[in-house]
Design a protein around this ligand. Structure first.
Ligand code: FAD
Length: 214
């Protein structure tokens, strides 16, 4: 029997990725749709501050509670220098962090890249597309093994994740691998082959014995 439809999230920003991670850990099927070609595209590795004064719960405690690892730049802000109208500087220090510095963008160690890695790790763990970021990536990446699995997961998501046997699943993977065998040779193939392969996978799933008897 097909399971419930996946939850579709628009945008792989911090909100979208954090929600996807939490939902996937809770056992829900999730698809993240991102319009841009990568995470954090409107930033350039710049520093931002997660402000910590508005909530009673400390930011690290909150991240722990929702299960977000700190695999990104994350440094406490415990002092700041203020200037008055005469440009006299005053440095104020706090015992508890008043905020946490993070970096934003597509670069290494940014919040965006860290959350994506956590989502990706869940995607790799998922047996049948628990978390599906397929639509997110440029198609040229789909030649990698993990890309093949993602391609199959994307096709399964189209049919709301039917319960296929391990044999059928392996056959679909083998088909995708063979179909993309020489996709890396020319740019049009890198773009078009994965699209055509996913369409073919959808059709193969539709005619699989499991679906016909479901
Ligand atoms: C210059 C600057 C400095 C900032 N500094 C701070 C700071 O110091 N501290 C702070 O707390 N906040 C700061 N902010 C605000 C902070 O960046 C945002 O609050 C935060 O990024 C919001 O996260 P989000 O996931 O909700 O949205 P976003 O980060 O905007 O992510 C939304 C994602 O959705 C995608 N998307 C949009 N529409 C669609 C669609 N229809 N389909 C698919 N994908 C779609 C976008 O491409 C984007 O990747 C700053 C913002 C800017 C611009």
């Amino acid at each position: 029997m097909p399971g419930p439809s996946p939850i579709r999230i628009a945008g792989a920003g911090p909100s979208g990725l954090a929600a996807a991670i939490v939902l996937a850990r809770a056992g829900r099927a999730v698809e993240v749709h991102e319009a841009k070609r990568d995470v954090g595209m409107r930033f350039i590795g710049d520093l931002q501050v997660i402000e910590a004064a508005s909530e009673s719960e400390a930011v690290p405690d909150f991240l722990d509670r929702i299960g977000i690892e700190r695999n990104f730049y994350f440094r406490p802000a415990t002092w700041a220098t203020f200037y008055d109208h005469r440009r006299v500087a005053r440095t104020i220090r706090s015992t508890e962090p008043y905020g946490w510095f993070i970096r934003r963008g597509a670069e290494e160690a940014t919040l965006d890249r860290g959350l994506l890695a956590q989502a990706r790790a869940l995607e790799e763990l998922g047996t049948r597309g628990l978390l599906d970021l397929t639509v997110f990536y440029r198609l040229s990446r789909l030649k990698r093994r993990s890309g093949l699995a993602a391609l199959v997961r994307g096709a399964l998501a189209f049919w709301h994740h039917p319960a296929l046997t391990a044999h059928t699943h392996a056959a679909l993977l083998a088909f995708a691998r063979a179909a993309l065998a020489d996709a890396g040779k020319e740019s049009w193939k890198r773009k078009q082959y994965p699209v055509m392969t996913q369409n073919a996978l959808r059709q193969l799933i539709a005619v699989s014995p499991e679906l016909q008897t479901a």
